[in-house]
Design a protein around this ligand. Structure first.
Ligand code: AMP
Ligand code: GLY
Length: 420
């Protein structure tokens, strides 16, 4: 079989790594891929060049295509592949709006009775400002539309909220015609992803991302600075059942009943509040960097999940009990202005890690940084404690290099378990 992975980040490298272990797959292609994907044949087609991707898949007779990022999904890559009679696993353009439009997502959640923060939408800065002055802080300001996780401000003060409204309408997060203002939820965050085909939901194991750039959850929001799985501080089985029953299943049922069934990897970003899990956001894809710690725990070949699911069967999905901890090595200046083109100290990384490339490129036979998140380094061990120790023992000291990483990934696992 031939499989195509669309995308070029750490998540897609993890997908390539997982698929390459499947003996039935003769070639894994990645479009456009990145310099670290030695197990794939990289083809220079941009991830949002839908027509070119369709032509490539037809010419190469690709059996299955798996989509990493949200961009092509929102542009309708699944619609285009299906119209051409090609097999692809992902949501249609219409269903991907669960991620592409926060307003669409909020209204759908409301109709399905899914717990989420109260919200209001404004198309004028003046109205938004008046609302914030009245509601007070803390309060959350979100650009409506895709902003790669960066169009969100958790404002501690009214002034911060007013500044975020100004920035949103000034085009700081891309062209925005409206702003979503949300009640601030309090709790620990976690990510629950699921394999979904219409009304069938197969939850994956839980993971936790680290959104802020610096240790102690300080600094700006990023695409994610590290992740780990499982979450020993929570009763995973109980939490997963509750989140599927109250959140994921009602969502997919609602989407199916409205004629926009969801197929693909569904991601729920949850806030574990005192009243139970609340939805922060849905994504129409695998999370990044969550995928890099989830796929190493998945024992079942990906195609043995996807193929039966599409055929209306319930696949058996097996996970290891092993823990996985992933640390993102980012370029200095990320997320605002990452310094790229810098030699990556790959030879200083110990052998014990899985190294997934994100923003890397080859220049004059040397690997250099080509994006904000450069590598995701993952360790696997019996416990989270051991995995944390292993990942940091194998990462080089980069204090004097144009890179940085958080040194506190997975600390919440210990704090909470030690407290309880
Ligand atoms: P999002 O892009 O919607 O996932 O938001 C990015 C981050 O902002 C989340 O991971 C949370 O840390 C934070 N956030 C978003 N919405 C809320 C909310 N309603 N209450 C508290 N924190 C939030
Ligand atoms: N790690 C969060 C996301 O993929 O959106």
């Amino acid at each position: 079989m031939k499989v195509l992975v669309i995308g070029k980040g750490g998540r897609e490298h993890a997908l390539v790594w997982k698929l390459a272990q499947d003996e039935r797959i003769e070639t894994v292609y990645a479009a456009p891929g990145n310099a670290g994907m030695t197990q794939a044949t990289c083809v220079p087609i941009a991830e949002d060049a839908i027509d070119e991707l369709v032509t490539f898949a037809q010419d190469e007779q690709i059996d299955w295509t798996i989509v990493g990022p949200e961009g092509p999904l929102v542009l309708g890559v699944v619609n285009a592949f299906q119209a051409a009679g090609l097999q692809i696993f992902g949501p249609t353009r219409e269903a991907a709006a669960i991620e592409g439009s926060k307003q669409f997502a909020k209204e759908l959640m409301e109709r399905a009775g899914i717990p989420t923060a109260a919200h209001a939408v404004f198309t004028s800065a003046a109205d938004a400002e008046a609302y914030v002055r009245k509601a007070g802080a803390p309060i959350v300001i979100k650009a409506d539309g895709l902003a790669a996780g960066k169009g969100v401000t958790v404002a501690e003060t009214v002034d911060q909220a007013l500044a975020a409204i100004h920035d949103t309408f000034a085009g700081e997060y891309g062209q925005q015609s409206s702003v979503v203002i949300e009640e601030c939820l309090v709790g620990e965050e976690c990510s629950l992803m699921a394999f979904v085909h219409e009304e069938t939901v197969i939850p994956m194991v839980l993971s936790q991302d680290h959104k802020r750039a610096f240790d102690g959850d300080l600094g700006p929001n990023t695409g994610g600075m590290g992740a780990y799985s499982p979450l020993p501080q929570w009763d995973e089985a109980a939490l997963t059942t509750e989140a599927v029953d109250r959140i994921i299943q009602p969502l997919v049922d609602q989407m199916a009943s409205e004629g926009i069934p969801f197929t693909g990897f569904l991601y729920a970003g949850l806030m574990l509040t005192k009243q139970g899990p609340f939805v922060i956001e849905f994504n129409a894809r695998f999370g990044d960097p969550e995928t890099e710690v989830i796929l190493p725990r998945l024992e079942t070949p990906l195609l043995d999940v996807i193929m039966p699911l599409i055929d209306g069967q319930i696949p058996e999905v097996v996970w290891t009990d092993q823990a996985a901890v992933g640390v993102v090595v980012a370029a200095e200046g990320y997320p605002e202005a990452p310094k790229t083109g810098q030699a990556i100290p790959l030879d200083q990384i110990g052998d014990g890690l899985l190294v997934f490339h994100a923003g890397t490129a080859e220049r004059d036979d040397q690997l250099v940084s080509a994006g904000g998140r450069v590598l995701v380094c993952v360790s696997r061990a019996e416990t989270i404690e051991q995995a944390v120790e292993q990942v940091y023992a194998n990462l080089p000291d980069v204090t004097d290099q144009p890179f940085f990483y958080r040194t506190d990934i997975a600390q919440k696992a210990f704090r909470a378990s030690h407290e309880s």
